[in-house]
Design a protein around this ligand. Structure first.
Ligand SMILES: Nc1ncnc2c1ncn2[C@@H]1O[C@H](COP(=O)(O)OP(=O)(O)OP(=O)(O)O)[C@@H](O)[C@H]1O
Length: 539
């Protein structure tokens, strides 16, 4: 049993007793993945004995190195059904009692958290043990992008032979291209790749800096403070061991929390943060080369923690923007609208072959024998589900675990002779799940066997097919234990990187639920790029 904090309220229990309270956490009987605080009262005749016991317990708590001491907390007041502030008010006393200092920022607009973290100096950032989002996947995505914006030095994703613009335009001459087609930005090129203010905004992205004040009263947010003091502060880079991200789920889907803790509960997440739990999380690095077929080549980097999807997935988010007034119900409504439109898109996808895992390839023709095909495919390899202390994540992350000193290079992550496999045709959607993406509508997630930190993406290519079959496929996601990826028109590839090219004018991606206009992208999994205050899904 873990001690949360102790209270020395030496009060008389009876005329001869003094007491103190020990606050611990326990698991809920109904939902074992849910943590609940509870209190034990102890009494003793001698107040000094009580005091020394309390001091001893407090010293033990202080010795727990993993517990955070200072956290920056962003609260999105409008997320979900406006639950952000209420949820924070509910869990804030736990942080106080456990002596965790919090710098709370209530976001005033989309992009507020991004701007704050992209502009904060490394010296200031180092004062915090982590950043917590009280919101949904969208706020977390902003925080992730703000942090990684200039601090992730991973080179661009590898791309297949024949893809790339290097040297073809003046803007990109700064990019060198090694044998693997790893597009590594040179120092001149970094200005080109950074997202803030560098885009011609033909999309509606909250991550574009508005130039407004970040509304923070942290005086030293100004990066100049570092140089003025003359302090040599080592820069913050990712991955690193100390900094962690947390989420107190308050959004409309909370797929990241559900996939990483197994529970959508503000108190459980707060307790995992206070206890300083740690788990490595893969992040998808998405590089947009072109926003539309006629646009200039202008590489722009974004990061996604859960999912990057095109076609159906992008359209649903775009459509849902028209129905914001409906609240979270707008996703069901716009999902139905987009489904009925049944749009498909010509696209080419190339992905890196992964020798050790299955790929279920669909053929563009003949989806008529679907029932038979579905049943026979049910026998495919058994899934290893990612859980707390997952052996798959440990196995794959230990040997080459990238540290602060060792900047991961995508070429290191990919075996010596990478083989690119092309898939071309009309797709209803193209998606890449970094984690399982569990949510209330899809209890097993989009990809039940996805792991939190195995360094892989699960690429889902959904080819055009008759509407009823597509509906059948989609409804499978809602049933626990079903296998929505065994249809013949579904390709499922476990891969480390892929490249996507479409010639559609309005090509929209959905990155963790946020819109990103892009018709040509390259994507890679960055293994364990960030750490999360979580222990893995208790499922
Ligand atoms: N104060 C704010 N006002 C408006 N938008 C904000 C504010 N703070 C954050 N945002 C933006 O709102 C979007 C959604 O946030 P979040 O995911 O936390 O909530 P949600 O309710 O789950 O989201 P959605 O509205 O997308 O369903 C994000 O893009 C985030 O950047």
């Amino acid at each position: 049993m873990k001690v949360l904090y102790v209270d020395l309220g030496i009060q008389e229990l009876s005329s001869k007793m003094h007491r103190f309270a020990v606050h611990v956490i326990t698991r809920s009987r109904k939902h074992p993945s849910q943590l609940v605080p509870c209190e034990y009262l102890f009494g003793h005749k001698d107040p000094e004995t009580c005091k020394s016991l309390v001091e001893h317990l407090s010293a033990c708590i202080n010795n727990e190195q993993d517990r955070p001491k200072n956290l920056m907390v962003f609260v999105h007041p409008l997320c979900g059904k406006g639950r952000g502030c209420k949820n924070w008010e509910m869990v804030a006393p736990l942080f106080d009692r456990a002596n965790v200092n919090t710098k709370v920022i209530i976001t005033k607009r989309a992009g507020h958290a991004y701007d704050t973290l992209a502009s904060i100096s490394d010296k200031e950032l180092k004062k915090f043990d982590g950043v917590v989002a009280v919101g949904g996947d969208g706020l977390f995505n902003e925080i992730l992008n703000g942090l990684l914006n200039s601090r992730n030095k991973t080179s661009y994703p590898p791309t297949p032979e024949g893809f790339g613009y290097f040297g073809s335009t003046e803007k990109c001459q700064g990019y060198k291209n090694d044998g693997l087609n790893n597009s590594t930005p040179t120092s001149e090129a970094v200005n080109v790749m950074l997202p803030v203010g560098s885009n011609k905004s033909d999309d509606h992205e909250p991550l574009l800096s508005t130039g407004q004040s970040v509304g923070l009263d942290i005086s030293s947010l100004n990066p100049n403070t570092e140089s003025s003091t003359g302090d040599q502060v080592p820069s913050v880079s990712f991955p690193n061991d100390w900094f962690r991200l947390g989420i107190i789920p308050s959004g409309s889907t909370d797929a990241i929390v559900l996939s990483t803790t197994g529970e959508r509960d503000a108190v459980t997440s707060a307790l995992l943060i206070i206890f300083g739990r740690r788990i490595a999380l893969d992040i998808a690095q998405v590089v947009r080369w072109k926003s539309s077929p006629s646009a200039e080549v202008l590489p722009t980097v974004r990061y996604a923690a859960s999912f990057a999807g095109y076609g159906f997935y992008g359209e649903v988010i775009r459509e849902s923007e028209n129905y914001r007034w409906m609240g979270p119900a707008r996703y069901d409504f716009s999902g139905t609208m987009v489904f009925l439109k049944h749009r498909s898109y010509d696209a080419k996808v190339a992905f890196l072959e992964n020798e050790n895992s299955h790929s279920l390839a669909a053929s563009a023709e003949n989806v008529a024998d679907e029932v038979q095909s579905l049943q026979s495919r049910r026998k495919r390899s058994r899934k290893t589900i990612c859980q707390a202390n997952c052996s798959v994540c440990k196995e794959t992350s230990t040997p080459g675990q990238d540290s602060e000193d060792e900047i991961p290079n995508s070429s290191q992550m990919i075996h010596d002779n990478p083989k690119w496999i092309w898939s071309e045709g009309r797709f209803l959607s193209v998606g890449a799940a970094v984690i399982s993406c569990r949510n209330e509508r899809a209890p097993d997630g989009l990809v039940a066997e996805a792991h939190l930190s195995d360094g892989f993406l699960h690429l889902l290519l959904i080819r055009d097919c008759p509407l009823p079959l597509y509906l059948w496929h989609l409804t499978q996601f809602t049933k626990k234990g079903s296998d929505p990826l065994t249809f013949k028109f579904v390709e499922h590839h476990k891969t480390r990187a892929f490249t996507f090219i479409s010639s559609h004018d309005e090509s929209i991606w959905n990155l963790d639920g946020e819109l990103f206009q892009a018709c040509e992208v390259s994507v890679q999994a960055c293994r364990g790029l960030v750490n999360l205050f979580a222990s893995g899904p208790e499922v």
